[in-house]
Design a protein around this ligand. Structure first.
Ligand code: SAM
Length: 374
């Protein structure tokens, strides 16, 4: 039986923004533990910081690049090393997609290339993986990483493309249909953790939040233009924010240069509430604005519409979602496709990550996996 048909939820669905953002907030001390586990073979002078440990993202990133033992230690402590991303529910996704030698796979959200690097060996010999992503900053890094694992252009094609334009991307690569297709929605850890990308509620950075910074309005530009009633609706629809009215009137039309300016404005709008509730609202506000700035729902709707035409008969699709707005859309599209005979099988229930995975990688905790077969 495919994953999801009879599995019960095993990780608690937490409140207050998706788990990747929540987990990120608890990782403020990432990298502090580098005090000598795993002896390096040759002596290397430890980098110097203003304090004892690297604190700034750039310092952690540099250190992790050069110290594999530090990466292992950060991972073992349930944190995501700076500048990387831990792929979620890999085993369950492979069970669902069942990649075979010679298969054509489309990874609609290449990110760090974690899922792709698990899929690529399984489709050899003769298989091809097309990886898409909108992020022009991370895409070349993912390409270099996968190429260094030995996957060349015969096996791997990478395109900067929104998955809303999946049919055109497949035509451009002369791919008629996919045997397996994956979409791991939302933002990557690299995007969340890099202060300069402007997704962080805690570390100051330009209030941007665009996965593709070359296109559209930044979060700051968006807030400056929007009016209070429209923002209130958006906070409710994109993140189920219970204090949408109060927050919208404090934010709409205002100028916020930094991520932390926005965080502070939400905190002051909700002044007398318990601190935990305020922080949940902060995360939901960031999530709602991020979804809007990146047009995430319209891209997902387009993907779901185009999917059947992009899969071969018998082709399989797996989609990982991280909040109810995404999951609702995937569930409805798969159910309606099953009723009308477009899909021959779909997941009855969502599959959730195991408690072990949630412990090892708290960013997995709100993930939900659904699948369908053409
Ligand atoms: C959660 S990460 C994927 C991580 C990846 N599965 C891995 O294992 O490394 C999501 C990625 O999807 C990309 N993305 C989000 N929406 C997209 C869209 N509409 N089209 C293409 N890429 C998108 C983001 O830029 C991000 O890199």
């Amino acid at each position: 039986m495919l994953a999801g048909a009879s599995r019960v939820a095993c990780c608690k669905q937490p409140e207050g923004g998706d788990s990747r953002e929540r987990a990120r907030q608890s990782q403020g001390s990432q990298g502090k533990a580098d005090d000598g586990i795993g002896q390096p073979s040759a002596h290397r002078r430890r980098p110097r910081y203003s304090g004892k440990y690297p604190r700034r993202f750039e310092e952690k990133y540099k250190e992790l690049e050069s110290r594999p033992e530090t990466v292992a230690k950060v991972l073992a402590s349930g944190k995501t090393p700076a500048g990387s991303h831990v792929p979620i529910m890999v085993k369950e996704i492979l069970e669902v997609l069942r990649p075979q030698p010679g298969d054509t796979v489309v990874d609609c959200t290449l990110g760090h290339g974690g899922h792709a690097s698990a899929l690529l060996p399984l489709i050899q010999p003769g298989g091809l993986l097309l990886g898409l992503d909108v992020d022009p900053v991370e895409l070349p890094r993912a390409k270099a990483r996968l190429s260094s694992l030995g996957f060349g252009s015969q096996t791997l094609r990478i395109r900067k493309s929104n998955f809303a334009g999946l049919p055109a991307a497949m035509v451009a690569e002369r791919i008629a249909g996919a045997d397996c297709l994956l979409a791991d929605l939302g933002v990557s850890s690299m995007q969340l953790d890099t202060p300069g990308r402007g997704f962080s509620t805690k570390t100051p950075g330009p209030l941007d939040m665009r996965m593709n910074p070359q296109r559209g309005l930044s979060a700051a530009g968006f807030l400056k233009k929007i009016q209070s009633p429209a923002l209130e609706t958006l906070l409710r629809e994109n993140a189920d924010e219970p204090h949408a009215g109060k927050i919208a009137s404090a934010l709409a039309g205002k100028d916020f240069a930094l991520t932390t300016d926005l965080t502070n404005a939400v905190r002051s709008a909700l002044g007398s509430m318990p601190a935990d509730d305020i922080e949940k609202s902060v995360r939901r506000v960031f999530q709602a604005i991020r979804i809007e700035v990146n047009e995430e729902f319209s891209a997902l709707d387009a993907l779901l519409r185009n999917l059947p035409g992009c899969l071969k008969t018998g082709g399989r699709v797996a989609i990982l979602t991280f909040h109810s707005g995404e999951d609702r859309r995937v569930k409805k599209a798969f159910q309606s496709g099953f009723r009308t005979g477009i899909y021959s099988g779909i997941a009855d229930n969502v599959t959730r990550p195991s408690p072990e995975e949630c412990r090892a990688n708290p960013r997995a905790s709100s993930a939900k996996l659904r699948w369908a077969i053409r």
